[in-house]
Design a protein around this ligand. Structure first.
Ligand code: PEP
Ligand code: MN
Length: 345
């Protein structure tokens, strides 16, 4: 990782660095952070000669070598002070970053989604979620509809809230990027789909679209989870948030095994914000409050919660696990109180 003295290398300076790297069969990737650019060396960056030649250039502050399978995501990386910004909000800075909205947008009833969006804005959510295309275990269940993209775009227009939708393939990714979707969600099923993660990083590099990467349900270890995010950052988009959402269940009663206690482990290893999904973790609306509070107590920076004005009229997961906007208000207040007093190591 190369850190220049100024915020960004000039075209000529970058050329000099690239020449040295290519002499050692490496390439340079520019990563635009919040306030300045850092440059990753792709290839075998342990080469002493290349390292010394780059470090010796007058316009270079330092060259870091981090021996890690996630050298950009690592806490010790030059991106450590990078803040992920969604709209005007810096995630994890002042209050918990709360995304809310239905599991699935019902294209036959757009007003349910639009009214939910307004109700959630009213209670203080900072991001709006809604499934356009859905990964369904049952191939005969509702799979999603392009029309729902227009509905969530209308909701963004009316409320001003940034939007979060899941993308599962290249075609959906391109449509989402064209629509300037603020948060591209990668679901648990694609959490280790490295070719998709690379495409997401490559095509969203330099855009305002951030990525919410869920944890693999098949119990991705903290290192495996962070290394998956590295695929996105290493293609040029450092705006990544990690989303624990429960893993393969070992307890009867919850939908998944709630894994909100992973947050401090992740935060000890990476600078990336952690945004927990308590809804899929527990799978029942009545337990979502407890999991939300616990997540913030464990150090999460935010939450992604399924919410609907009338869950019984929703589709997908909404009838069983969405909370009403009134409950979201209680959750936001409760989490805000824990956030203020929580123990920070
Ligand atoms: C969702 O957010 O609705 C969803 C399908 O999530 P996950 O990928 O965590 O199951
Ligand atoms: Mn869902």
């Amino acid at each position: 990782m190369i850190i220049p003295k100024k915020d960004k290398l000039s075209a000529d300076e970058l050329k000099q660095v690239e020449k040295i790297a290519s002499d050692s069969e490496c390439t340079i990737l520019e990563i635009q952070g919040q306030n300045r650019c850092v440059y990753a060396i792709l290839g075998d960056e342990t080469q002493e000669v290349m390292f010394k030649r780059i470090a010796g250039l007058s316009f270079i502050r330092k060259v870091d070598r981090i021996e890690s399978s996630y050298k950009l995501m690592d806490r010790r990386s030059a991106l450590a002070d990078h803040l992920v910004k969604i709209g005007n909000v810096e995630v994890g800075k002042d209050v918990p970053f709360i995304i809310g909205g239905p599991c699935t947008i019902d294209p036959a009833n757009p007003s349910l989604f639009i009214e939910t969006a307004h109700a959630l804005k009213e209670v203080g959510v900072q991001g709006l979620r809604g499934g356009v295309w859905k990964p369904r275990t049952n191939p005969y269940s509702y799979q999603g509809d392009n029309k729902s993209l227009d509905i969530i775009l209308q909701a963004r227009e009316e409320t001003g809230l940034p939007i979060d939708i899941e993308v599962m393939d290249l075609e959906q990714l391109k449509l989402a990027l064209e629509a300037k979707v603020d948060i591209l969600q990668v679901g648990t099923r694609n959490a280790l789909n490295y070719s998709l993660l690379k495409e997401i990083g490559r095509l969203s590099a330099g855009t305002e679209s951030a990525v919410l990467l869920k944890r693999g349900r098949h119990v991705a270890s903290p290192n495996e989870f962070i290394a998956a995010a590295e695929y996105i950052v290493a293609e040029g988009n450092p705006n990544v948030m990690l989303c624990p959402r429960g893993t393969t269940p070992a307890l009867d009663g919850y939908r998944n095994q709630p894994d909100e206690s992973i947050s401090p482990l992740l935060k000890s290893k990476t600078w990336a914000p952690v945004v927990v999904d308590p809804s899929h973790s527990v799978g029942h609306a009545e337990y979502v409050m407890a999991c939300s509070l616990a997540s913030i107590a464990y150090g999460a920076d935010g939450l992604c919660i399924e919410s609907h004005i009338d869950p019984s009229k929703g589709i997908g997961d909404d009838p069983k696990q969405a909370v009403r906007p009134e409950k979201m208000k209680e959750i936001i207040e409760g989490c805000g109180a824990i956030w203020k007093q929580r123990y920070r190591p």
